[in-house]
Design a protein around this ligand. Structure first.
Ligand code: ZN
Length: 50
């Protein structure tokens, strides 16, 4: 019963991280690209950006 919750609910998809880094191989190099979370529209908040 001690689950912390901020005023807004964190996105369940990204956990409030607003997105995630995806590894992309390019010319033998691994590049990390930031991919904005789609469900929360990069807000990190569930149902945000609407
Ligand atoms: Zn999200």
């Amino acid at each position: 019963m001690s689950e912390q919750q901020t005023t807004s609910r964190a996105c369940t998809s990204c956990g409030g991280a607003k997105g995630r880094t995806v590894d992309t191989s390019h010319d033998g190099k691994t590049i990390q690209t930031w991919q904005t979370c789609t469900p929360c529209h990069g807000t990190g908040i569930q149902g945000g950006g609407i």
